[in-house]
Design a protein. Structure first.
Length: 537
């Protein structure tokens, strides 16, 4: 975007410049390494506090070596390669290798348990998995169910069922000629939660990064400038961590701070921003709410943020006021979803800011609130937030689900499933979901995966999961359970069921509350009436 601050002019004059050939790995790695191999790409802060400087030269060499390793293991253009790792330099190198190989990156959050891992590996038809010792252990529990995964490499070294990531890379050539890819060639697939059934794989082309750039820049505008350094606690396996932070930063030649957090700690977050010299941050609303509990942060930590963005759920007016008091700046919000991310944003520097509103359309994207027939709603009229195609940030398809892909659109409008309104000034206001996705701590959670796990418990006959309002997490997952004959409700059983889901899916998906009911409310066609359950939650 041009270096001026008039939003209306920028939006009016913006034009996409999408080249005929484009590869994310070449753009985010090789291009910068050719200019200055010593340029800092990632500041890796290890658990003991030691810092490791990862240069673009290292990133090019490691990604080339890994691309050769994957090719030697039979991975070819279009094959899916899963990445099951926390924030670390190896994650970035693996992404670059996959893109340069012409394969498809499949990021899987490290908090996912074996059941969730199994589904994604099976559904995607993944042929390789890059992970750590924890991931290898999970894989061992489901190995017989994912025979198609022929190559497994662990960053923690060789073990039964896995080769050593670093040993294999060290033996491979550091020379690799990237595949010529078009912007529409598949580059990555990120699984997104739905309201029914299992998660769907949103397939994106290489153009998805170019499509993200205006939305990544607007909340931090002007971005980048000399001295910027970007950090987020969001997992790089999520669209928010990967496409909002890591890849745009690498594209712009701005260092990204990598720090593995087993569990988010607000004091550690302030300390990291001080020690790592963070200038730009994306911090989800739940993390910001947790940071509000820290006593006198400005007096205890010397952080120097230039910009701060948040998204994934509504932030609220109080959080904006707290942000100004603590950071001395405005928290700019943004909006999108895995299928079409960063399409609405606020930016105080552009004069786009209205407390309580998401913001306005990001330059390059046509966003509207539409009626059921696809016609635009009037200002103040409730409708569904939608994005018009073609749009470079928009997904190609849901993997293996042509019907679901088709149903995502009304004409040329890609529907989001979010109800909203536009006011007379053009600001978008989020009202709520028109489906049953649960928004908890910034994560969008589909009830189907949780319910499938719940009914695997030997005591559970029927189960449904809904969101219950929560002041910290926006919502928590609450499970309603009908027990099988011979099992009686008890606190001990509720705790057992919670642990059952937590160890099989993930720490953010397990039900924080379990309610036992005698009969599940259902329609005549057998669908759970979650509305009635939400009223009881």
């Amino acid at each position: 975007m041009p270096g001026r601050y008039d939003y209306a002019a920028i939006y009016r004059d913006f034009r996409w410049n999408i080249p005929a050939l484009y590869n994310i790995g070449v753009d985010c790695c090789d291009r910068w390494a050719a200019l200055d191999a010593s340029r800092l790409a990632i500041l890796h802060v290890k658990p003991d506090g030691r810092e490791e400087n990862i240069t673009y030269g290292w990133l090019r060499e490691q990604s080339n070596r890994l691309a050769n390793v994957l090719r030697a293991h039979g991975i070819k253009r279009g094959d899916r390669v899963a990445i099951h790792l926390p924030q670390a330099p190896e994650v970035a190198a693996t992404h670059m290798a996959i893109y340069k190989l012409g394969a498809v990156a499949l990021p899987i959050a490290i908090l996912f348990g074996p059941d969730a891992l199994q589904y994604r590996l099976q559904n995607s038809g993944a042929k390789a998995l890059i992970t750590n010792a924890q991931g290898v252990e999970r894989l061992a529990r489901i190995r017989a169910d994912v025979p198609g995964v022929s190559c497994v490499l662990s960053v923690d070294g060789a073990s039964e069922g896995a080769g050593s990531f670093h040993d294999h890379a060290a033996k491979a050539s550091s020379d690799f000629t990237p595949e010529d890819t078009s912007p529409d060639d598949p580059a990555m697939m990120i699984y997104t939660s739905g309201t029914t059934g299992q998660p769907k794989g949103a397939l994106h082309g290489h153009r998805v990064l170019l499509g993200h750039l205006p939305g990544a820049e607007m909340p931090h505008y002007p971005f980048p400038i000399e001295g910027d350094r970007y950090w987020t606690p969001a997992d790089w396996a999520w669209a928010g961590g990967l496409l909002d932070v890591l890849l745009p930063s690498l594209h712009h030649g701005i260092p990204t701070v990598a720090r593995k957090f087993d569990k988010f700690d607000p004091d550690d977050a302030f300390a990291l921003m001080q020690s790592a010299g963070v200038r730009n941050a994306f911090i989800p609303p739940t993390a910001l709410r947790m940071m509000r509990s820290v006593r006198s942060p400005r007096g205890r930590y010397d952080f120097k943020l230039r910009t701060l963005a948040s998204g994934g759920e509504s932030l609220g007016v109080e959080a904006l006021e707290w942000g100004r008091a603590v950071f001395g700046l405005t928290i700019n919000e943004f909006y999108g979803q895995t299928e079409c991310n960063l399409v609405l944003a606020s930016c105080e520097g552009m004069g786009v800011l209205k407390p309580g509103a998401i913001g306005k359309p990001v330059p390059g994207h046509e966003v509207a609130v539409i009626r059921e027939d696809g016609s635009p709603a009037k200002p103040g009229e409730l409708g569904q937030i939608a994005v018009k195609r073609p749009d470079p940030v928009m997904f190609i398809e849901y993997w293996g689900k042509p019907d679901a892909t088709r149903d995502k659109f009304i004409g040329d409008w890609m529907t989001t499933g979010d109800q909203g309104m536009v006011d007379d000034e053009g600001y978008f206001n989020f009202v709520g979901r028109d489906d049953d996705v649960i928004t908890s701590a910034g994560y969008r959670i589909g009830p189907g995966e949780i319910e499938d796990c719940l009914i695997q418990h030997p005591a559970v006959a029927l189960a449904a999961a809904v969101g219950k309002p929560d002041p910290i997490r926006t919502e928590i997952v609450k499970a309603f359970v009908v027990l099988k004959t011979g099992h009686a409700p008890s606190e001990a059983l509720a705790t057992e069921i919670q642990a059952f889901v937590k160890t099989r899916l993930s720490g953010h998906e397990y039900p924080r509350e379990v309610a036992f009911i005698e009969q599940m409310p259902m329609t005549t066609t057998g669908k759970v009436i979650r509305r009635l359950l939400r009223e009881k939650a």
